[in-house]
Design a protein. Structure first.
Length: 127
């Protein structure tokens, strides 16, 4: 049985909408659209659960890197209820990307994220 890849692409697109939301209201809506109510996000620097905690984590990252946007690098790969993808944090001014990572997401039956396991592949010195 083949699973349509657009399920994974759609989930990852919503994920990036949340990470790139310009303000708290847009971020709250995007997080609610992307994650299940009890969804989680775990990486080497964070381990949070629930919409409010995920939105606060994203707000903190955006405050730490103003003028940057998260961008997908490469294709989304998925099977069953799991997808993986890589990303970069890109400076909108000069295109530099000091932070990069890879994430694995687990989806529910409706394509919303239940869990993110994030890995940091590149971080700036001193971060």
């Amino acid at each position: 049985m083949s699973v349509p890849t657009d399920r994974y692409d759609s989930a990852v697109a919503r994920y990036f909408e949340a990470w790139n939301a310009p303000d708290a209201e847009a971020r709250a809506k995007a997080v609610a659209a992307a994650w299940t109510t009890d969804g989680s996000y775990t990486d080497p620097l964070a381990d949070v659960r629930g919409h409010d905690a995920i939105a606060a984590l994203i707000a903190g990252a955006r405050e730490q890197f103003p003028g940057f946007a998260f961008r997908l690098t490469g294709a989304v790969d998925g099977h069953h209820d799991t997808a993986r993808f890589s990303w970069e944090l890109v400076a909108e001014g000069d295109g530099s990307a000091p932070v990069a990572g890879s994430d694995v997401v687990t989806l529910d039956g409706e394509g919303r994220i239940r869990a993110v396991l994030g890995f940091l592949d590149r971080v700036p010195d001193g971060a």
